[in-house]
Design a protein around this ligand. Structure first.
Ligand code: ZN
Length: 656
């Protein structure tokens, strides 16, 4: 492991202890082999003048909710050192009281809650304290002879603490085991099955000790050839099954989740291990991960519904075996899955959640194999796993991540998404928590919809191969498909039937009708596996109230409407709702230019302004208003409606 410290980077603040603390915390956070996503914590002890000008000794410790990789100085909670030390002397301290007393001892009420390890940081008599969950240390300590190996690696250079629950209990244990020790005799502290601490009065030294001690553990693994045994395998792909597993996991969890397949050679190699069922179920790398991963993964065999139900039953049993009656059981769904032949799947209510799980799991898969190569991978016992998983402070941390916009965890596909109504729909779905794939003939869509939860795909919807690829890419990226919005269309210039050329007619039929049927057909197998699936056709007011000269546009739109009605009849048995929206007077889309507006207005003998407000409500309709209606129709308000046609046109006297 290499030190990332660079003298030139600290030049401006080499005398500022808090800035140095921020800097080395970020160096730790930058290395995923040390900490992952919010894991680990650091602190610095400082004398500061309070409001009244009196000097106080403070511990500035990482605040809960901050990530070491991106932490800034407001991420450190300032707590009076004396109070923390006094708390450590108590016989017992409930989590709730610990949080209250720590908050009460803060000199800035606006700062975040101090890390759950604040008391432990306070006990270590050095200015800088660094704590990580280094992979190499965990691989060595999650082993029946872990302490022996630690002794072999470090000799007397470190204090060794057997596993106990993090928080107050751990701080007590450390206090008890170090009472007759001189901290200056040690360079670090190993917490079995949990992680490692280093400390020093100098920021750089404390950080460099971390790098050095972890490197020693890495060298030990190299010497034992434990790193040589990492399995690798080629993976297959089965998007239909991936989406079915997501549906089943969402069903058990009672909310939609994203599913991300890690099909790298390492992930697949791990999933294919012979004793994977037993091996993957032994427990986590460090209890810190439990809130993200739960103790065990789902193991996928052939019968997916059975596998998921079995997981739920086992989780329920595990809870009942361990609860003292005061805890409330979490949902029964897995957070990740081992899928032999295909790789590892991670689940999350947000894409970020599933990404965090994916990263933790890929490090865990490696550590498990290293542990096995050393003799045996053996994490903490089940009762400790349970105690840590149901630790109210961990739970509180997870609860704060919860937010539930309407489409959180759902996956939508919108056609014609580079501009106008389609783009407005894509944005509205994402704003309401969904992940969206947007198709458009305009290749700019790939730049317009380029975020984690937005996938833009340049696609000619008349090309069935391209459509099929775009649908596959959606499932590959997000795990399934729940909502289809058929919005793309063409608006040919108005012509009387006797003047209409075949080419214009054929092109409109191709785009506005035939392609719509093909997209729907391609999506149906995935929609059948969707969570509360819905299809919305964006047709036109022209369907119920056609105008002369608009046959090339109106006829395929009427066909679309009939297609939707039949789809509603055919797909209802699978819970798929199909509804039609008929917009009109939407002038902020690509279809309408000043020129086409003037031409259309002229045909009715109106000015552009008169033309734009020629409906009953005397108001034009905005793209975003149509998008909101599309979302409403795809959402819970329309849960019991299918086969309906809804106008959004400001009221047409010809329709009413
Ligand atoms: Zn820790």
């Amino acid at each position: 492991m290499k030190s990332l410290w660079k003298n030139e980077e600290v030049e401006g603040f080499s005398k500022d202890p808090l800035q140095l603390r921020v800097y080395t915390s970020r160096l730790l956070g930058a290395n995923p082999d040390l900490v992952l996503h919010g894991g680990g914590n650091t602190s610095v002890k400082l004398s500061q003048k309070n409001f009244f000008g009196e000097t106080e000794e403070l511990l500035l410790v990482k605040g809960s909710g901050w990530d070491l990789a991106t932490i800034e100085s407001p991420g450190f909670a300032p707590v009076r050192l004396e109070t923390l030390k006094r708390l450590a002397e108590l016989e017992t301290l409930s989590d709730c009281e610990m949080v209250r007393q720590q908050r009460a001892a803060m000199t800035d009420p606006g700062a975040p809650n101090p890390s759950v390890e604040a008391i432990l940081h306070a006990l270590i008599p050095f200015r800088y304290v660094d704590h990580t969950h280094a992979d190499a240390v965990l691989a060595v300590t999650n082993h029946p002879d872990g302490e022996q190996s630690i002794q072999e690696i470090y000799g007397n250079r470190v204090i060794v603490i057997p596993y106990v629950m993090p928080g107050f209990v751990l701080a007590k244990k450390v206090r008890e085991l170090t009472q007759n020790k001189n901290w200056s005799d040690y360079e670090g502290m190993i917490l079995m099955n949990h992680g490692i601490f280093t400390f020093d009065d100098d920021a750089q030294e404390s950080y460099e000790k971390m790098i050095e001690l972890v490197t020693l553990a890495e060298n030990f693994l190299k010497d034992r050839k434990a790193l040589d045994s990492l399995a690798r395998a080629e993976s297959e792909e089965d998007l239909q099954k991936l989406s079915l597993i997501r549906r089943e996991v969402s069903r058990i969890r009672r909310e939609p989740v994203y599913a991300q397949l890690d099909s790298t050679a390492e992930a697949c190699g791990f999933a294919n291990l012979k004793n994977i069922n037993e091996l993957a179920s032994r427990g986590p790398m460090t209890s810190d991960h439990l809130a993200r991963t739960k103790p065990e993964p789902l193991i996928i065999n052939d019968d997916i519904e059975k596998d998921v139900s079995l997981y739920a039953r086992n989780y329920d049993d595990y809870f009942r075996r361990n609860t003292n009656g005061s805890q409330e059981i979490l949902d029964l769904a897995p957070r990740w899955a081992v899928w032999p032949g295909y790789g590892l799947v991670s689940y999350g209510r947000s894409l970020n959640d599933s990404k965090v799980v994916r990263d933790i799991v890929s490090h865990t898969a490696r550590a498990i194999q290293i542990g096995e190569a050393l003799g045996r991978w053996e994490p903490i016992a089940e009762k400790h796993i349970f105690e840590a998983e149901y630790w109210e402070l961990q739970r509180a941390k997870m609860e704060s991540f919860k937010q539930s916009p309407e489409f959180q965890g759902k996956i939508a596909l919108v056609t014609g998404a580079a501009s106008g109504i389609g783009l407005a729909c894509a944005c509205e779905f994402v704003r309401e928590g969904a992940a969206v794939t947007g198709l458009d003939l305009n290749a700019d869509v790939e730049n317009i919809l380029d975020r984690d939860e937005m996938l833009g795909v340049a696609c000619d919807i008349t090309d069935s191969g391209a459509v099929s690829n775009a649908v596959d890419e959606t499932v590959r990226r997000f795990g399934g498909l729940d909502i289809l919005v058929l919005n793309a269309g063409t608006f040919p210039a108005g012509k009387l039937i006797e003047d209409l050329d075949d080419q214009t007619w054929d092109k409109s039929i191709e785009i506005n009708l035939k392609s719509q049927q093909r997209i729907l057909k391609t999506c149906i197998p995935f929609l059948k596996q969707g969570v509360d699936p819905a299809v919305v056709f964006v047709a036109s007011r022209n369907v119920p109230a056609p105008g002369p000269g608009a046959s090339a546009y109106s006829v395929p739109k009427a066909g679309q409407t009939q297609l939707a009605r039949i789809a509603a009849l055919e797909l209802g048995q699978f819970g798929i709702r199909v509804n039609v929206l008929h917009p009109d007077c939407v002038y902020d889309t690509g279809l309408w230019t000043q020129e086409t507006l003037e031409r259309s207005a002229g045909r009715y003998g109106l000015t552009v302004e008169e033309y734009k407000s020629r409906n009953v409500l005397k108001s034009d309709v905005k793209s975003y208003e149509v998008a909101k209606m599309v979302c409403t129709m795809a959402g819970s308000i329309f849960a019991k409606t299918t086969g309906a046609q809804i106008p959004i046109d400001g009221g047409s006297d010809r329709v009413i």
